[in-house]
Design a binder for this molecule. Sequence first.
Ligand code: CMP
Length: 144
Amino acid sequence: SQEQTFLAIKPDAVQRGLIGPIITRFERRGYKLRAIKLIVPDRSLLEKHYDEHKGKPFFEKLVGFMGSGPVCAMVWEGKDVVKTGRAMLGATNPLNSAPGTIRGDYGIDLGRNVCHGSDSVDSAKYEINLWFQPTEIQQYDRAI
Ligand code: CMP
């Protein structure tokens, strides 16, 4: 069904000049970019975004890394985009992500894994609401 997902190109990938190639993959797949901004997320935003990882041994490292520079936050829309978006990202750990996926082609390690994507429709709603104001989400027609 038509749905929205939240993607965040992480600081490592922004610094490496990978925003364009990642956006191109989603545009070519026919998805619609509804919102986009560069933002250095503060600790409060990251604690909410990564709430499910609070208390895990890698939490502080994760929050430190994600706040270390600008993140490219986006909302993408399209048919089954949450699930297909995750498939396009590939496995979380670049050691396991297949060539042809974003992490499989660009990932360095488990922390610097290029891009985050929502893991369910519910978490997409939560994350979009956390990172964007309703007025930042644009409505327009696009042809495939
Ligand atoms: P992401 O999709 O942003 O969701 C949670 C993130 O935690 C994940 O990508 C990884 O980048 C990060 N992560 C998971 N496990 C570890 C770990 N053991 N060490 C560092 N980061 C991790």
